[in-house]
Design a protein around this ligand. Structure first.
Ligand SMILES: [Zn+2]
Length: 303
């Protein structure tokens, strides 16, 4: 507990953060950075498919990035036991992992770690200082792993962190490519607004029905879903990131718009193939659904 005495400000911050924070199954939950509390999170990158800001490369991001200067205090988000500390030679900096009972939180690119493995920590307790990634970008990379502590167990951190939900994503059916009517390609664009970044899944279903038919209750010809957490669990292998980092994996082409901490909205185009169409284009109807972390749902239909 020596660091608490040396860090009076941290104790004050954690006390106010406890008031602002949510309450999970294992007790109160706060943000890992002071000020980045409910409704105020300067994320430079969110969970899921992304185009990296530094090099334009597509990859799958298993956490959220909070852009903060090196040396910023990092707090445990909830009560738990420090289960792992290691130098992360490829990503840069130190990794700290805390076991919260039913899930783990990890704090990556730390410049200094002020706890030891086995230490008990409380929600809002100072554990480390932020650093920078090996590419030079100063930020905290933060993950929630549930129920295990492997990369494939990473889930959307907004599942656990408190935040102000602003409602359902928006969704648009773009192109329905009927070059081969029995095998249409459908592009949809899902968006969440500034400060939201909580998209969970996008799915597309095809139906054989005329323009006047009500699709609700009809059996689709085919349906495909890109669920971000399921995708991570299915395609993360402990040996290689090659499969999950392919933007055209399993015939679902994922094209995220690049985003950063001055434009924290999220927009992703998905082009689904592997769908079943109809012999004539006039009888093909398409329905797309997007769901966010809070379960808000939007569905749109083509005519
Ligand atoms: Zn990151």
């Amino acid at each position: 507990m020596k660091f608490l005495l040396a860090r009076g400000a941290s104790v004050l911050v954690s006390a106010s953060a406890l008031v602002l924070g949510g309450c999970g199954a294992d007790g109160p939950v706060v943000w890992p950075i002071s000020g980045a509390t409910d409704g105020d999170f300067p994320l430079s990158s969110t969970f899921g498919p992304r185009v990296r800001t530094d090099d334009d490369v597509y990859d799958f991001h298993r956490g959220i990035d909070i852009a903060v200067p090196e040396g910023t205090d990092i707090y445990s988000i909830a009560a738990g036991v420090v289960s792992e500390i290691q130098e992360d030679t490829s990503a840069g900096g130190m990794l700290v992992k805390v076991d919260h009972g039913s899930y783990y939180s990890t704090y990556v690119h730390c410049s200094e770690v002020d706890v030891d493995v086995g230490d008990r920590v409380d929600a809002g307790e100072f554990i480390a200082e932020s650093g920078k990634a090996s590419n030079g970008f100063a930020h905290l990379h933060f993950e929630i792993r549930k129920p295990g502590d492997n990369k494939k167990d990473c889930v959307h951190p907004l599942d656990v962190l408190p935040y102000t939900d602003k409602g359902a994503p928006t969704l648009e059916i773009g192109k329905v490519d009927m070059t081969t009517p029995l095998q249409p390609k459908v592009t949809v664009t899902a968006r969440v607004g500034a400060g939201e970044l909580d998209l969970r899944s996008v799915s597309v279903a095809t139906y054989e029905a005329d323009a006047a038919a009500i699709l609700e209750g009809l059996v689709p010809l085919s349906e495909r879903t890109y669920d971000i957490e399921t995708w991570n669990r299915t395609y993360t292998s402990s040996e290689s990131d090659v499969v999950i980092d392919d933007p055209n994996n399993e015939g679902i082409l994922v094209r995220p718009q690049k985003y950063n901490n001055t434009m924290p909205a999220q927009e992703i185009d998905f082009t689904f193939t592997g769908l079943v169409g109809t012999v004539t284009s006039g009888m093909l109807r398409v329905r797309a659904v997007a769901v966010d972390v809070k379960g808000n749902k939007i569905s749109v239909e083509s005519q």
